[in-house]
Each structure stands twice: as C-alpha cells, then as structure tokens.
Design a protein around this ligand. Structure first.
Ligand code: FAD
Length: 372
C-alpha cells in the first residue's frame, strides 16, 4: 500500500480531531491527522490553559450519561498518557433564591446521583474565605468536578498518536477531497494523499464547508481573562461560578503563573474572519465579566492582567454535530462544540471509533446530534 494512503484522514487537530485520531490509531487503524496550523494554536476553540469538567448539567440532562462515561475515560487516558490531565478541585456555584440554573443543576445532581454538597450562607463564608459572599447567597459544590489541562492534553494525545503509528501533518491545510473508485483523494496545500474514510473535525471552519453542512453556525468570541490573586488570599480554591438569572460567570483557580481565570458563559460578538488574529478585547467584554465577578472578588483590577480570545462554534440549539455526510457513510462530521464540547472529547472519539469504522447507524442516544 502506498505510504501516503491512510485508512482514515482526520481534518482538524483541535480537541475533537486529536482525540478521534488517537482513539482510532489505538485500534490499529492507519491514521493521518492534518491541521492548517501547528496545534496547539490560538486561532480555534481548544486553547486557553483550562476547561471545566462537570457532570450536574443544567443545560440538558441527555448529556449526563455521556459525562459519566467521559469521567471514566479521562481517567483511562491519564493512565495511557501517564500525565495528570484532570484536576478534581470541585465546582462551586454561588446562586440566589431565584436562580433557574441552580435549580436545574441541583435537581439533575439528585436525579443522576452526582455527588455534591449544599451550603447555606454561613457555611459558605466559613469554608470558602477567598470569596466575598453577600448574605443572600447559597452554594452548591459538585464534588467530582474540576478542570482539564488543555495544552498538556493536546500535546500528550499527539505524542501517543504518533507512538501508535499515526502521522501528523501540521501547517498543511486540506483544500479539497474527491471521491475515487476506491476511497478519496485528499489535496492539501503541500500534496496529495489517499484514504478510505474522512473525519472532519474542523471546529468553526465547518461554516465554510457548506457542501457538507448546511446548518447555520454562529461563531462568537469567547474571551478568557486572567487576574493575579492578592498574596494574602488562600490559593487553594475550587472551580467556581456566579449564577444569576441575568448572567453566568465561571472561573478557575490559579493554575499557572497567570492567576485565576474568569469568563462569561455567554459569548459576545460574532466573528467574521476566522483566520484573522484576535489580539484585543473590548471594554464591554471585560465589564460583562468584571461587573459580576467583582462582587465576589472586590480586589479585581480595573483591567485584566492577561486575556485570550477563543472562538465558540454555536449551533442554533447548542447541541453538538455528529453525523455522516449526506449519502456517504465514509465521511463523518464532528463539531458544533457550542462552548461545551472539550470535556466530552474521549467519549465522542470512542463513539466515532465504534460506529464509523463499520459504517453503522448513528446510535440512538446520539441521534440528537445528527444534522438538523
Ligand atoms: C472561551 C471558551 C471556553 C470554553 N470552556 C469550555 C469548558 O469549560 N468546558 C468544555 O467542555 N468546553 C469548553 N469550551 C468548548 C471547547 O473548548 C470546544 O468545544 C472544543 O475545544 C472544540 O474543539 P474542536 O476540535 O471542535 O475545534 P478547534 O479546537 O477549533 O479545532 C479545529 C481545528 O481544525 C483546523 N482546521 C480547520 N479547517 C482546516 C482545514 N481545511 N485543513 C486543516 N485543518 C483545518 C483548525 O486549524 C483547528 O485547529 C469552551 C470554548 C471557548 C471558546
């Protein structure tokens, strides 16, 4: 077989593509992973140090069984990669009486036996002195939640992919693909390859592939801010969220030297040019986070110490996309991360590896991800 022929070509080396490529290589498939940049890079969605992992989903309880499986799979990947990817800090949500998010979250935690603890105002103040807590607030801390180390994950996963015989082609954009008598010809900026099957995990760039996906995708800026913590404040803290009925700001404990990270759950302005560097944030973007976060951290500076602009690929219902291309069971699309897909990476990769290789139907429990 020619050396530039692969069983499977994966286009896009963000969290989802890298995971799929690794999972398939682990099952002895000859895999090639392409990216137009050199991953990890700051143009797509899989960047910015950390991502939350939590299971008491207030968004939609159909995701909860997937999260339970993801939790186990992350542990398996940590063993396979021999690195600590998941930091189980707990996830503390502050909320007032009227918070719909908190209601849904705690109802789902109870229904799905997800362990966590409720705190009244006095207990919150005693146990979490790093937050300034006004007297109307209560809290819920999910126990087996925390954050994933983004760059370490991508780097380790790539390393393992290569050790399993996978080939990685960076700074090589896939320009086109053509069905041949047997399989496909893939044309990149640098050459031609052939393969039997293709997985498109191109993140926001799926918007440009209208022949594959007619769904409307909205690309928005998601700005992550870092601030230094005052020296006297306790350093050890859980991941956290401030939930009101108007806004939802979430954050991470200090992990690198950059300080704590805070961001709004509601992404802001849309992005027109995906390939243009996003080198600044707007005052409105920072204020949307600062206005709420400064109630808990009165020491927050007027400007952040650091920031990164990531991009969200939002489907209209915020459910992911996982489906075969129209009339072709040898091409599959995985994306539409909608601001919450990172934590599902090993689960989604395992699903793809299970049904795509045999050309089976999309499993019933994942049908709500099909193109709609
Ligand atoms: C600010 C922010 C916060 C988030 N927080 C969380 C969180 O706490 N928890 C969570 O679970 N999720 C979170 N998410 C969502 C999560 O990060 C994304 O869903 C996930 O990273 C999406 O990964 P991806 O692989 O689909 O896309 P990407 O990481 O964007 O990867 C797509 C890749 O495809 C490549 N590509 C595109 N076209 C081509 C081509 N033609 N040829 C070659 N390569 C190509 C791109 O260069 C890119 O590397 C957050 C997202 C944002 C923006």
């Amino acid at each position: 077989m020619a050396s530039n022929h692969f069983d499977i070509v994966v286009v896009g080396a963000g969290a989802l593509g890298t995971s799929c490529a690794y999972e398939l290589a682990k099952h002895n498939h000859k895999v090639a992973l392409f990216d137009q940049f050199s991953a990890p890079h700051h143009f797509g969605s899989s960047y910015g140090e950390t991502r939350l992992f939590r299971q008491a989903y207030f968004e939609d309880e159909r995701y909860i069984p997937f999260l339970k499986e993801s939790y186990e799979l992350w542990k398996i990947w940590e063993t396979e990669f021999a690195v600590d990817l998941f930091h189980e800090t707990g996830y503390l949500t502050f909320f007032d009486q009227e918070s719909d998010i908190a209601l849904k979250m705690t109802q789902n935690a109870k229904k799905w036996s997800i362990s966590g603890a409720h705190y009244n105002n006095k207990q919150l103040k005693q146990k979490f002195p790093m937050f300034t807590i006004n007297s109307s607030l209560r809290g819920y801390c999910e126990e087996h939640a925390g954050f994933l180390n983004v760059n370490l994950f991508l780097k380790s996963c790539l390393k393992q992919l290569i050790s399993k015989g996978g080939k990685v082609f960076f700074n090589e954009k896939v320009c086109s693909w053509k069905k041949e008598q047997q399989g496909y010809q893939i044309t990149t900026e640098k050459g031609n390859y052939s393969c039997d099957k293709i997985i498109f995990t191109v993140g926001a760039w799926l918007r440009n592939l209208t022949s594959l996906c007619e769904m409307k995708l909205t690309i928005r800026r998601g700005v992550q801010f870092w601030v230094d913590v005052p020296p006297l404040l306790p350093k050890k803290m859980p991941c956290f969220a401030f939930a009101t009925n108007k806004d939802y700001v979430f954050g991470f404990p200090s992990f690198s030297k950059k300080g704590i990270k805070i961001a709004s759950y509601h992404p802001s302005n849309t992005v027109d040019d995906l390939d243009k560097a996003r080198e600044s944030y707007t005052k409105e973007e920072w204020n949307a986070v600062r206005d709420l976060a400064s109630q808990f951290f009165p020491w927050l500076p007027l400007t952040p110490d650091n920031f990164h602009v990531c991009i969200y690929t939002l489907t209209s219902d915020e459910d992911f996309i996982l489906d075969y291309s129209k009339n072709d069971r040898n091409i599959i699309l995985l994306g539409g991360g909608s601001g919450h897909a990172f934590k599902f990476s090993p689960f989604l990769a395992k699903q793809v590896s299970d049904f795509f290789i045999c050309g089976k139907d999309i499993p019933q429990n994942l049908q709500f991800f099909t193109l709609r």
